[in-house]
Design a protein around this ligand. Sequence first.
Ligand code: HMG
Ligand code: MG
Length: 311
Amino acid sequence: MTLPVTVPAPGLPARVRIHEVGARDGLQNEKSTVPTEVKAEFVRRLAEAGLTTIEATSFVHPKWVPQLADAEQLFPLVSGLEGVELPVLVPNDRGLDRALALGARRVAVFASATESFAKANLNRTLDESLAVFEPVVRRAKGEGVHVRGYVSMCFGDPWEGAVPLPQVVRVCKALVAMGCDELSLGDTIGVATPGHVRALLSLLNEEGVPTDVVAVHFHDTYGQALANTYAALQHGVTTVDASAGGLGGCPYAKSATGNLATEDLVWMLRGLGIDTGVDLGLLVATSDWMAGQLGRPSPSRTVRALSHKEQ
Ligand code: HMG
Ligand code: MG
């Protein structure tokens, strides 16, 4: 298999943790619902490829995201995977109840930097949604569960346009103050560019949010996800969200397309000599298999380039 030559660049981390979101962010947006056993096989294969943080599903209202309505059936099928963390999304107390009942040890609440998306995604104003999250985070922390706080629309919003950075920082600080262990900065509609990423990370630092609690979550709508990731790595970010095969989007933001493809990320990191623990060949084979299940080719450039079917 073709692999990039490794040539390190200065000022970058030695290791990056990939937070794999394909099974959640990817499959939540599929028109058809993928069978539970296929999802479980997807997660198992991602683990075999060396991914150690695999976001498995969401305990949201099944009417809001029918594609993930099988969370109760799926989670037990994959929860025994050795050395693998399986974060799940919880929008409220009911979601946390469901996740804890199945033994989840990592959960994520998901806030928005804008009013419009809070309303569209959570049926609440921004401040109402933060008020819902506060007891969820407190209870999860009390149970020793790791909590991630997503912030969507950090760089732009389909209804509101540009999003002022202080507005994003306010939400980030609120999540940290609640007790979130980690933040994930979402470019839900993929409009960010590298200078914008640097500016947000710098403002967060100035406002007391350290880079080591920050992960980045880029969608690749305008082909900027890798450039944005590089900017984040230069700033010291070491956790990067990505989706195997570039699956993804958000059902409540029509302009959200696929996430940064994990294979494209691994290709770049490998070339830079940054350790991820991921076997690119096994990962490509997994995304190729999943593309077959979904009946269309992967949008990932690296999957297409390395896929045996297309050689
Ligand atoms: P709501 O309709 O306002 O809910 O929805 P409610 O609180 O009024 O409750 C209504 C009924 O729903 C009640 O049942 C609740 O028990 C039930 P009833 O008493 O009428 O029989 N209910 C639930 N049932 C199961 N599980 C639950 C749950 N909660 C309430 N967790 C709600 C509010 C938050 C539930 C809804 O808006 C929702 O589920 N939203 C989820 C949307 C979603 O999953 N979006 C995609 C993920 S975010 C994303 O993709 C962005 C990200 O990738 C980062 C980025 O790219 O930016 C993370
Ligand atoms: Mg997303």
